[in-house]
Write a protein that binds this ligand. Structure first.
Ligand code: HEC
Ligand code: HEC
Length: 281
């Protein structure tokens, strides 16, 4: 630092390094000062308008009365107004009437997708793609029938198909014969189908009876689809389905959603969704 200021006519602080490197005392630029003042004014105005300062047991609420919760509730209300246009029509309309209305069924598909994800996808898979031992809902093969009303009944009352175990009434050779006939899609080609009373539940043509949920055995679509399909068929014939007398029986129970679990309108929505997913009848 030099003794005498070599730049006396300049607004410097007198701090000079290396003979000419010096500190000036200029005012900050105007644009910067405007920005600085605008920002603290904004902070004060903001803290007056909106909830801000914490206090001992509460907080300053702001003169606008704004709350995050209030804003959320307003948004929700306007959303419900949009929904109400459709929701109000649903209880009075049959599933068939809703499906005939493009705008209404579009709304139902979107709304039911969420319901399906929450209540059904854990068993039936996303989009009704099925899971081992839970039936596929996205195809046109139905155990209990694929009309909207049959689907509504499935969801409302639940389903529990019963097939008796045959481990005691059939020999291994007989089970083999029947399983191979089913595998070929021609269950009736084995005389055992009649003599061992399979027809009583699966129908004389082997195509199933929807009132019982007995699977169609002629279409090559398997309710209990497994990698080794022949072994899976043998297992079903041997141990049956939901037969309490056989501890190894297959369990297949569709829970009841009627009553307090889901409203009638939600069930109607889901039935339309499932109907449209696959080949509703
Ligand atoms: C706990 C598992 C589970 C849940 C959750 C579940 N299901 Fe099911 N569902 C089943 C089983 C198992 C069957 C087959 C019942 C049988 O074989 O007797 C079935 C059958 C059905 C059927 C009849 C299919 C046919 O081919 O006739 C429909 C329709 C159906 N479910 C729809 C739904 C809908 C919609 C939901 C959601 C509200 C749902 N399920 C939730 C297990 C479940
Ligand atoms: C008491 C009625 C009943 C009798 C008797 C019966 N079944 Fe079944 N069977 C059913 C029902 C119901 C189902 C479907 C169960 C379900 O999905 O919940 C079924 C399912 C099956 C399946 C599984 C099909 C699939 O898609 O995976 C096979 C295979 C089968 N039965 C073969 C037979 C044969 C062979 C006989 C004769 C030995 C027979 N059943 C006798 C009611 C019966």
């Amino acid at each position: 630092m030099s003794e005498k200021n070599p730049f006396p006519n300049e607004n410097n602080s007198g701090h000079i390094w290396d003979n000419d490197l010096r500190e000036l005392l200029n005012d900050p630029p105007t644009w910067w000062r405007i920005g600085f003042h605008a920002s603290w004014i904004l902070v004060i105005v903001y803290t007056i308008l909106y909830p801000s300062w914490p206090m001992l047991t509460t907080h300053y609420k702001g003169v606008m009365g704004w709350t995050a919760m209030g804003e959320y509730k307003e948004d929700l209300q306007s959303l419900e107004q949009i929904r109400a246009k459709y929701e109000d029509q649903l209880p009075g309309k049959s599933a068939a009437a809703i499906m005939a209305d493009d705008e209404l069924s579009n709304y139902v598909m979107k709304s039911a997708k969420v319901l399906f994800g929450d209540n059904c996808a854990a068993c039936h898979g996303g989009g009704g793609a099925g899971n081992p031992s839970y039936p596929i809902l996205a195809d046109d093969d139905w155990l209990y029938g694929g009309t909207a009303n049959e689907i509504i009944t499935s969801i409302t009352n639940g389903r529990k198909g019963v097939m008796t175990a045959h481990s005691k009434s059939l020999s291994t050779a007989e089970i083999d014969e029947l399983a191979n006939a089913v595998m070929k899609g021609e269950p009736t080609s084995s005389p055992l189908f009649m003599t061992k009373a399979c027809f009583a539940c699966h129908g004389p043509d082997g195509k199933g009876i929807s009132a019982m949920g007995s699977a169609n055995l002629t279409d090559g679509i398997y309710r209990f689809a497994e990698e080794d399909q022949l072994a899976s068929i043998k297992y079903t014939i041997t141990h049956g389905v939901n037969d309490a007398s056989d501890p190894a029986t297959r369990n297949a129970e569709m829970p009841t959603f009627g009553g307090s679990k889901l409203s009638e309108t939600d069930i109607k929505k889901l039935a339309i969704y499932v109907h449209k997913l696959g080949g509703g009848k």
